[in-house]
Design a protein around this ligand. Structure first.
Ligand SMILES: *Cc1c(COP(=O)(O)O)cnc(C)c1O
Length: 232
């Protein structure tokens, strides 16, 4: 298949997915546009990303600051209304770059990173809404704060004026995600946080039913990711 055909397939997938999201919101008696589709563009070729930008799609997600620094400054210069979401773990030595480049950060998982982010936002004069990532399945290999430590981290963030707007989670694989989404929704409500970032390619419709305000979809939109080998 040539790249023009590729691009038109991608655009029709985007359109179908936008319609599916709208229908699901409708079915669940939720307001129109109350859930945003984040196109997860990590390890995807720039021409695919560019065709979504050209079609007017605005929300994109990246999981690594370094990879995002290589492709997004140029794209953002052409499409200034884009909103770039950091959905992967943030290291302290990347905080300044992250604050410069991203418009939302979904992966606050410890007090130190919250403090550093709040400081950098002041220095750079940027206001970046943040999500706290919760390790709902208490899986050792996964990042995110453990549920019993969440209250302390929220207090810490509020104490250092970090703009926390919601919670994010990735449920354990191979399990029914619905109860995890329900738990995240309940925690967000308990802490008075309006936004919920949950749901990926396989389960975003379930996540919308359980109250997601952001879904993060990669492969179901773009197709399989390139391996890291082809990406430098
Ligand atoms: C890669 C990634 C996604 C997208 O995953 P798909 O299964 O390709 O939709 C969503 N959220 C996070 C945090 C990711 O790292």
């Amino acid at each position: 298949m040539n790249s023009t055909q590729d691009a038109s397939c991608l655009l029709s997938r985007l359109q179908t997915m936008n319609e599916t999201v709208s229908q699901q919101l409708d079915v669940c008696h939720r307001a129109k546009n109350s859930c945003q589709l984040i196109a997860v563009s990590k390890q995807q070729p720039t021409d695919k990303v560019a065709s979504l930008l050209e079609a007017g799609h605005q929300n994109f997600g990246e999981n690594r600051v370094q990879e995002a620094m290589q492709k997004w400054p140029a794209l953002k210069a052409y499409y200034p209304s884009v909103r770039l979401h950091l959905i992967g773990a943030l290291q302290s030595n990347k905080v300044a770059e992250a604050v410069h480049l991203f418009d939302m950060i979904h992966s606050i998982d410890r007090p130190k990173i919250a403090t550093l982010l709040a400081e950098q936002m002041k220095i750079q004069g940027r206001h970046i809404p943040c999500f706290i990532q919760v390790n709902l399945g208490e899986e050792p290999q996964k990042s995110g704060i453990l549920p019993y430590e969440l209250a302390g981290l929220i207090d810490h963030c509020r104490g250092c004026d970090l703009p926390v707007v919601g919670l994010m989670a990735i449920p354990p694989e191979e399990k029914n995600p619905a109860p995890y989404f329900a738990l995240l929704e309940k925690l967000a409500r308990h802490y008075d946080l309006p936004e919920k970032s949950m749901g990926m390619s396989d389960d975003y419709l379930t996540a919308i039913r359980m109250g997601a305000t952001y879904v993060r979809v990669g492969t179901a939109l773009f197709g399989p990711r390139e391996t890291s080998r082809t990406l430098i």
